[in-house]
Design a protein around this ligand. Structure first.
Ligand SMILES: *[C@@H]1O[C@H](CO)[C@@H](O)[C@H](O)[C@H]1NC(C)=O
Ligand SMILES: *[C@@H]1O[C@H](CO)[C@@H](O)[C@H](O)[C@H]1NC(C)=O
Length: 230
């Protein structure tokens, strides 16, 4: 009797824990749901409408071109070629996506979050200094920074939602990495752009107080974001 009760308790705890710990997109509920590219749809759903399975073809599950480097001629020296549900309809409901990252010498993927997906990254060329910062929740977890130098073949994981970055530290050499995400549409939110390049702008006094600086400094930083409207 006692054993049965504790067994029931364990099942109940397990049910609660699993229900609150879904870390990726929900189950597809079917073999696939290739997204319809319908720009005329006037309703938004959480995800995309499914193409009629009879009209689905192998090309819906196919993409090419990731052998081509992205254009890193920009202020950051960095380019993302993203394969998410918006460019690859076969990913719809599957909870995964993919990207290629190109870095010019000293190129930077600036501190950002992927709000909906964890990221696992492999370096195939060059040397990257990578890191992420934890949130302030949990004991001894007050914004801890975890970093690593990565060489070709090295893999690093960035937990969902945490601020992270990669910097090409190879001497005068470009770098290339590929990454997979636990979401069909992980999102890309650069911290600096979100705070200083938002539309409309966040009030100066809010940023001045948050960063504990003069409003003139906020105006100066904001002016640096006019080149990139995010
Ligand atoms: C790369 O981007 C720069 C800046 O936008 C542009 O001037 C240049 O033509 C692009 N290069 C290629 C190969 O597309
Ligand atoms: C979806 O349609 C738009 C507009 O026709 C087009 O620009 C875009 O490339 C299409 N996307 C895909 C994944 O086919």
């Amino acid at each position: 009797m006692m054993a049965l009760k504790s067994f029931a308790l364990i099942i109940a705890i397990f049910a609660v824990v699993t229900s609150i710990s879904h870390a990726s997109d929900p189950s597809p509920l079917q073999d696939f749901c290739v997204a319809i590219n319908d720009t005329m749809a006037h309703v938004l759903v959480n995800g995309k409408f499914c193409k009629n399975p009879e009209h689905v073809a192998a090309d819906d599950f196919f993409s090419s071109g990731l052998n081509m480097p992205g254009n890193t001629s920009n202020q950051l020296g960095f380019a993302v070629t993203g394969l998410n549900v918006n460019s690859f309809p076969g990913l719809n409901t599957l909870g995964i996506s993919f990207a290629r990252f190109d870095y010019a010498p000293y190129g930077l993927d600036p501190p950002h979050t992927n709000p909906r997906g964890s990221e696992i990254l492999v370096v195939v060329e060059g040397m990257l200094y990578v890191g992420f910062v934890t949130s302030t929740s949990g004991p001894n977890m007050r914004n801890r920074l975890f970093t690593k130098i990565l060489h070709p073949g090295d893999v690093f994981v960035f937990p969902v939602g945490l601020i992270h970055f990669q910097l090409n530290v190879g001497k005068e050499a470009k770098a290339v990495a590929f990454a997979a995400f636990s979401s069909q549409n992980p999102g890309y939110n650069i911290v600096a752009n979100a705070l200083f390049g938002s539309h409309p702008p966040i009030n100066d006094d809010i940023l001045a107080k948050a960063f504990q600086v003069d409003e003139k400094i906020v105006d100066y930083i904001r002016s640096q974001f006019e080149w990139d409207n995010n």
